[in-house]
Design a protein around this ligand. Structure first.
Ligand code: NAD
Ligand code: WQD
Length: 343
């Protein structure tokens, strides 16, 4: 069989490394490009160990046109999954230029080479952040996007727009934007997972680091939201399920099954979970007590969001299969594997 080759940009990162594993399991060849600005080569090694595949790794910046030109000249890619971006919301507020430069130029650099080298299938990492605080829940793909609350969120909206315009202008080009909800958990092998740098901003790495004794106490940001228990509600999606959504998207693009040149899918479970519910589930699943306290609300947080993932089910044939407890078990297993190494 003619094996298809997928370029995974940002493939040494959290979502990219798990996606590389699932692509290889599905029979694709994978090449990873990453500048290691927020990751470690050990993730690529983890992908190799899990899959037993060689997995070529190119250390390069997607904003570097010369490096991208050489990469695309080196072999033919049937599709690209573009993860490479900086993702810390707070940092994007203090360093907007770096965020716009990196996240926009990396997409433009890759898309430019795709055009030059006749590669016309791309999956893009978008985010539920494009919905902001939605009027109706759950959000569907037709829920209007809200003006972005951060430069990071704005880069996701602009990148979606770039791909919509590029597919309109170039008939052969097909793009799928996956709007992820909140990815959590790690690979069950314990060989790859999330490597947060410094103090984690996201809930689950903070929870696991607190359970491991690396942080004193988890602050629950607000218990006075208009939700059943007063804490915020999110849609936590298991990382392996999320990785498999990319395989489904690539397959759709390569089989020519896309219904439109540019498509968008929500990738979530369809279930809203509160912060306090997540803490309880973590404690029960892993049989431990977590130190936590109620703290003031965090600026910029929305009250609640969860996905209507039915379009992904009918069109991509994908749905989340892992439970919250499954994800919190692998997240804790990964934290124990990391020990005090927090990167
Ligand atoms: P991550 O930081 O673990 O992975 C991103 C990878 O891209 C890193 O390995 C980083 O070194 C690399 N990178 C960044 N800029 C680059 C560049 N210019 N050239 C080459 N490599 C570059 O983050 P992640 O959680 O795996 O996120 C992957 C994608 O998914 C990002 O686009 C992110 O915005 C998006 N996303 C993430 C979440 C989340 O909560 N993790 C939610 C929605 C969307
Ligand atoms: C989840 C919940 C917090 C930390 C962010 C980005 C979003 C997307 C996903 C990329 C919230 C609460 C958190 C803590 C807490 N990323 N919390 N104590 O804010 O939903 O989304 O990641 O696209 O764009 O904004 O995720 O994990 O930070 O927070 O109580 O120490 O946990 O208030 O309700 P968030 P998160």
């Amino acid at each position: 069989m003619d094996r298809k080759c997928i370029l995974v940009t940002g493939g040494a990162g959290y979502i990219g490394s798990h996606t590389a594993v699932e692509l290889i399991a599905a029979g694709y060849d994978v090449v990873i490009v990453d500048n290691l600005s927020n990751s470690d080569p050990s993730a690529v090694e983890g992908v190799r160990r899990i899959t037993g595949a060689e997995v070529p790794f190119v250390e390069a910046d997607c904003c570097d046109d010369g490096a991208m030109e050489r990469l695309f000249r080196s072999r033919r890619f049937d599709a690209v999954i573009h993860f490479a971006a900086a993702k810390a919301v707070g940092e994007s507020v203090s360093e907007p230029l770096r965020y716009y430069r990196n996240n926009l130029l990396s997409l433009l650099g890759v898309a430019g080479q795709m055009e030059r080298h006749g590669c016309d299938r791309i999956v893009f990492s978008s985010s539920c952040t494009v919905y902001g605080e939605a009027d109706e829940l759950p959000v569907t793909e037709r829920t209007p996007r809200r003006p972005a609350a951060s430069p990071y969120g704005n880069t996701k909206q602009i990148c979606e727009d770039i791909l919509r315009d590029a597919t309109a202008a170039r008939p052969a080009l097909r793009a799928i934007a996956l709007r992820y909800f909140n990815p959590i958990g790690a690979h069950p092998s314990g060989l790859i997972g999330e490597l947060p740098r410094g103090v984690p901003q996201n809930l689950v790495p903070y929870v696991t680091q607190t359970a491991a004794g690396l942080r004193e106490c988890l602050s629950v940001f607000g218990d006075d939201y208009p939700t059943p228990d007063g804490s915020c509600i999110r849609d936590y999606i298991d990382i392996v399920d999320l990785a498999r959504a990319h395989v489904a998207a690539v397959r759709r693009l390569l089989e020519g099954a896309a219904a439109a040149p540019f498509e968008v899918f929500n990738i979530g479970t369809g279930r809203g979970v509160s912060v306090l519910e997540l803490i309880r589930c973590f404690e029960q699943t892993n049989r431990l007590k977590l130190a936590w306290r109620i703290a003031p609300r965090r600026a910029g947080d929305i009250t609640a969001i969860w996905a209507d993932p039915s379009l992904a089910r009918t069109e991509l044939g994908w749905q989340a299969e892992r439970s919250l407890a499954d994800s919190l078990a692998t997240a804790w297993q990964w934290q124990q594997r990391l020990g005090s190494g927090t990167k």
